[in-house]
Design a protein around this ligand. Structure first.
Ligand code: GRF
Length: 195
């Protein structure tokens, strides 16, 4: 298998992208990151990418607060293709990906979600877990489809929820699991792709 080129989409701090970069640097993941795109011009993920000499650009969502307009998805697909991307990793990307982008990368878009799906889809899954009083939550990497956190599951890791956990303490523990699971699942999935 040839070495895959990854494209990362993120809206926030980019710690999952960093975990992927660290796995590449330590030889645990044979891949390269070709481009990082963000819908949020102030996102730290862009700065991190540039520090690592990775092409980093903003996706213009025409002032839409939460929607991912079709034109913006087409532009995203164009940039990803231009960068030679084989596999797209959503890493804290806060907009729902729909047809234009899904059609451009069929079965080639992965997402990391901070719960054991199908439990707690949607926003702030760690808070949902604490509020529901469960004793176990976790992390899921899945293929992206048109639903919200509904695509086929590729990997999961469970994380204990303690009685004295706050959403913040649980999220901190979940992040540690995310940073292990995402690079490892990308490695396994990419190994089965014909590139
Ligand atoms: C992660 O908790 C991820 O599961 C969620 O958003 C957060 C992104 O964090 N979807 P980061 O930008 O990778 O640091």
């Amino acid at each position: 298998m040839a070495m895959p080129t990854l494209g990362i989409l993120g809206s926030g701090s980019g710690s999952n992208m960093q975990a992927i970069l660290d796995a590449i640097a330590s030889g645990n993941l044979d891949a390269r990151i070709g481009i990082v795109l963000s819908d949020n011009p102030g996102a730290h993920i862009l700065e991190r990418a540039r520090q690592n000499r990775i092409r980093a650009e903003v996706i213009d969502c025409s002032g839409q607060r939460t929607r991912f307009p079709d034109e913006a998805q087409e532009e995203t697909a164009r940039k990803l293709r231009e960068a030679g991307v084989d596999l797209v990793c959503l890493a804290g990307f806060m907009r729902l990906v729909k047809r234009p982008l899904l059609d451009a990368f069929p079965a080639r878009i992965l997402n990391i979600h901070p719960s054991l799906l199908p439990a707690f889809p949607g926003l702030e899954a760690w808070r949902q877990a604490v509020e529901a009083g469960v004793s176990e939550s976790g992390v899921t990497v899945h293929l992206v489809d048109a639903g919200m956190d509904t695509g086929p599951i590729l990997g999961q890791e469970s994380v204990a929820v303690f009685p004295d956990d706050t959403p913040e303490t649980l999220h901190a523990r979940i992040r540690i699991a995310e940073h292990r699971l995402y690079p490892e699942t990308v490695r396994q999935y990419a190994a089965h792709l014909k590139l």
